[in-house]
Every structure is written in C-alpha cells, then in structure tokens.
Design a binder for this molecule. Structure first.
Ligand code: MG
Ligand code: MG
Length: 255
C-alpha cells in the first residue's frame, strides 16, 4: 500500500536526504587512485554519525541475502552494477565507481546513488555515467501529479535503450518513507500511461542502472550481495529520492 506523506513529513525527509547527499559528496571527494573501498565507507559513515543519522543499509537483510549487509555504503566498481560490499579493494586509474547511500534521520529515510570515474576517464565510461544521470533526470521530470508510474519507467527506459545500453531486469526504484523500501515499485522500463496514478505526497526513489554493452544479464557474486554483469561490461547507477508534489517533482537528496 502506498503511504502518502504530508508536507511536514516531506520536509522531514528532505533533511534525511540532505545527509545522504553530504555523505555521497564526501565519499566522492575521498575517492582517488589507491584509496580502499572500506575507507570510502568510513568517510561517509562519519558524515552520517555527525548528523545524528543511522544507516538503513547496515545490517539490512532482504530475503535474497545470505548475510546482513556489513557496511553503510554499497560501492560497486566497473562490472558491478549495484549492492557492492566495500572491501579492501583499492581504486585503480579509470575505475567506474557507483556509490549508493542511505540515511535514517528522525524516523525518515533517504536513498541516493552516484556514479563517477576515478583518475583518467575512458570516453565510453563518461558517456555511460552521463546517460545514467540523464535517465534519472528524465524519470524525475515524469514524476508529476497525474502521470503514472509507467510514465517514469518509460522515460527512464527510453533514455537508456536510446543510448544502446542494457537495463538489468527486475531491479529498479521504489517508494520510500519511514521504510527504505515501500510501495510502489518503480521499474526502469515500462509503458507510458500504465500503472498507479501519481499524487501529491508520494515519495519515490528513482534509480536507473545501465549496462554498457546493451546486455541485461547479471549474476550475484559469491558474496551473495554484489550484482555483476554477465558480459563483464561496465555498469552505472544514479538515484534520487523524489517527492511528487502539486508544485512539481521535489528532489530530496540534493545538498
Ligand atoms: Mg539506493
Ligand atoms: Mg533505492
């Protein structure tokens, strides 16, 4: 069931979202060649703790997971699409890094992800990352009162497919509020004009994922969490928590 938020509740979610944005900015700032993924997680965690927030990722254990998630950030490098566990891997020149982060503040959740390149970028990776953000922008632009979930899905899918990229099937965005994952699901591909009608007070995490070689296939790594592309192609991910309002889409996870 979709939980509609009041204006005050959306304001409270904005504060949680701001903490997420600050943590992501700090992690990106710290990401350099030679830096370990665990160090990036620690940098983001400091931001979280300083703000008096907690992590909805740490200890999270959905049905598919063999173990609770052991960190506050999901960090997915190169052929990892999402849900990467920050370990002792050290960043290399040209790595494509996706960081997905969440915060719980005063009982409200925020969820956002960025992708970027460390060191000297390859042009094809720049295009992939740019497309993930472009698809996110298209999805946000469609998150208006009176539209439907399918309009968001269609907008995202059109950008990703139009660029020739794959879309991992079965993963996408979601409602968000007191829980990180609420109804409805927000697919990254779909038919315009279908699905639930968007109303003032719906808050959605919109999160396109793209695979560089146009394939859609992924597999879970032995850690049970990290999703990797079957082809080995690189992937990018971008996400914002967005409130649907009568005044238009309101991005809650910006600085
Ligand atoms: Mg996320
Ligand atoms: Mg999410």
């Amino acid at each position: 069931m979709v939980k509609i938020k009041s204006d005050r509740q959306m304001d409270a979610m904005r504060e949680a979202g701001r903490v997420v944005a600050q943590a992501l900015a700090a992690a990106k700032e710290a990401a350099e060649v030679g830096v370990g993924l665990g160090e990036l997680d620690a940098v983001a965690r400091q931001v979280l703790e300083k703000a008096g927030a907690t992590s909805p990722f740490l200890g999270y254990r959905p049905e598919f997971a063999p173990v609770p998630f052991p960190a506050t950030a999901c960090i997915s490098v190169n052929d990892a699409i999402v849900h990467g566990i920050p370990d002792d891997y050290r960043l290399c020149d040209g790595d494509l890094v996706s960081v997905d982060y969440g915060a719980l503040l005063d009982g409200w959740a925020g969820d956002s992800a960025i992708s970027f390149i460390v060191g000297r970028p390859r042009p094809e990776d720049v295009r992939l990352v740019d497309t993930a953000f472009e698809a996110l922008d298209a999805g946000i632009a469609a998150a208006v009162v009176g539209n439907r979930i399918g309009d968001i899905a269609h907008a995202i899918g059109r950008v990703c497919r139009g660029a020739g990229y794959g879309i991992p099937d079965g993963f996408g965005g979601h409602g968000i509020g007191r829980d990180m994952h609420e109804d409805p699901g927000v697919p990254n591909e779909g038919r315009a004009g279908r699905g639930m009608v968007l109303r003032h007070g719906m808050v959605l995490a919109i999160e396109p994922m793209v695979i560089a070689d146009g394939s859609d296939a992924y597999y879970p790594a032995p850690d049970g969490w990290t999703l990797r592309t079957v082809s080995g192609a690189r992937a990018a991910h971008a996400e914002h928590t967005v409130a649907v309002t009568d005044a238009g889409p309101r991005v809650l996870t910006c600085l």
